[in-house]
Design a protein. Sequence first.
Length: 290
Amino acid sequence: MAASPFLRAGLIGHPVAHSRSPALQQAAFDALGIPARYELWDTEPRDLPDRVAALRQPDLLGANVTIPYKVAVCELLDTARSEEARITGAVNTIVREPSGDHVTLAGYNTDVSALRRIFTEYARRLRGVRMLVLGAGGAARSAAAAALLEGIEPWIAARRPEAARGLLTEMGRTVALPTSTHALDLMDKDGLAAAMRETAILVNATPIGTLDSAASSIALTLLDDLPADAFVFDMVYNPPVTALARAASARGLRASGGLPMLLYQGAAAFTLWTGQPAPLDAMRAALGLV
Ligand code: NAP
């Protein structure tokens, strides 16, 4: 049987059918004339080791990894290549790195590098400021890691404050946390209002607002407590402009929904696989961002 002329990359997760990565990555391959296909690899937990091992095949560029495998996949790789992956203990991009007869599977976290890029591009103030992250799951961990790598102090507010404390404690094992870093109760409106007054970057890392353009993880009046030069980032990208981002813009604050994060994490993965700058215009168009 003749070998396929196509290189391949794909998304490992469960479920994956909803993902926008195929449109994003295929647009990038096509724009640069790279003969590669991006596939969806829906993977049951018992099949994860074989799925990752298959990335050693010569026609593979690598993979993206999504829920629920970003942490579990780490122990199946040869190395965590980036600081972002090491700090979070989570990988969303695997790169096949051949060297002679040997292949290394290297893990990266481009969710975190995308967030660093967004904070650098959008926020008016960076080093030494405070970020308030709403939620304490995987996305909140990425935001806190990006903050620490940019010299920003992450505070975390969650409906289960013990989860926020746990996340900070766990991160503190691999990276030095500022001593004033704090965990808050998402339901404590007065505590949140006080924290907002010292917050330069507010990040929603809960799913609230997904498919509901009226829902928000906090009372929108709390935005009045933010400084006038604060940046509000909502990781939710469907709808592209959430109630939180819309209300922040209406108050004259800089604000964005989550699509730029989807774009930049994909662009960084593309560059890691191909060694080429990502064709951002084509990728933006694939996400409807033009
Ligand atoms: P996750 O690990 O399930 O964590 C979700 C967090 O939100 C948890 O702390 C959870 O609290 C909290 N939460 C959920 N429902 C809540 C509610 N009704 N009220 C208050 N808190 C609530 O999910 P994740 O992976 O971090 O993802 C979070 C969101 O970020 C998702 O919408 C995801 O699509 C988005 N995201 C976007 C991008 C992007 O590229 N833009 C990338 C990654 C993630 P409990 O633990 O108490 O349930």
